[in-house]
Design a protein around this ligand. Structure first.
Ligand SMILES: [Zn+2]
Length: 226
């Protein structure tokens, strides 16, 4: 059984916690999906930080990477644990965050058959990527739907960036609604403005999405599903 905790669901220009999830392969081995400014204090207070051995970064905006430096420092300096990182993260970014000795803190994963990276389009000249792993598809931020990808077919559950209106940086609900019913039924909408929640919830219901993700939501995925 894979467990999944939603830490936050909101976008950068909104009140609420930054969009972030933890996928638990087991209670001692968590994969953090994005580490925005609100995330480190949250995983520290929830006593999750020592078990988050791997961090995926979708792109370099602060609501996705803002507390990665503190998380890597805490795990190395306090817990003596090195953290694996992957996604839209490079040795140059790690050097910016932690200096030339970044490899003390972090191991950069590059060849990883269990992780499928899906390039996305979000912000000009900024690399960005979604992730499919353990039956979970996470879009990160993207202005184009990933619901038409092979990973969406294979996924047991999908968390997809959403905007109520057409938007140059984020995928509109109308674009997501073009996906087939069986894809919509396993897709949770995420990364929205807190003030849009009620409208999104009604539309998600009308359009047969799984729902709108909420902070502290908890899901499990049977191993047979991936
Ligand atoms: Zn972004």
């Amino acid at each position: 059984m894979i467990a999944l905790d939603v830490l936050g669901v909101n976008g950068a220009l909104s009140e609420g916690k930054n969009t972030s999830l933890v996928v638990w392969e087991n209670p001692q081995n968590g994969l953090l999906l994005d580490c925005g400014s609100t995330v480190f204090q949250d995983v520290l207070q929830k006593r999750m930080v020592e078990h988050i051995n791997t961090v995926f970064i979708s792109h370099r905006h602060q609501d996705h990477i803002g507390s990665l430096e503190t998380l890597l420092e805490y795990r190395w300096l306090v817990l003596q644990k090195k953290t694996a990182v992957l996604g839209a993260i490079t040795s140059d970014i790690l050097t910016d965050l932690l200096g030339d000795e970044w490899s003390l803190y972090a191991e950069l994963l590059t060849d990883m058959p269990q992780y499928t990276l899906i390039p996305t389009t979000h912000s000009p000249r900024m690399p960005s990527t979604g992730l499919f792993t353990h039956g979970v598809l996470y879009s990160g931020d993207t202005n184009a739907s990933l619901l038409n990808t092979p990973s969406a077919q294979k996924a047991h559950v999908i968390f997809h960036d959403t905007a109520l209106q057409t938007n140059p940086s984020h995928c509109s609900l109308a674009a997501l609604a073009e996906a087939p019913l069986e894809i919509r039924q396993k897709t949770y909408l995420i990364h929205y403005r807190a003030t849009d929640y009620e409208t999104l919830r009604c539309k998600a219901n009308e359009l047969d999405f799984a729902g709108v993700a909420t902070t502290d939501m908890h899901l499990t995925i049977p191993r047979s599903a991936y």
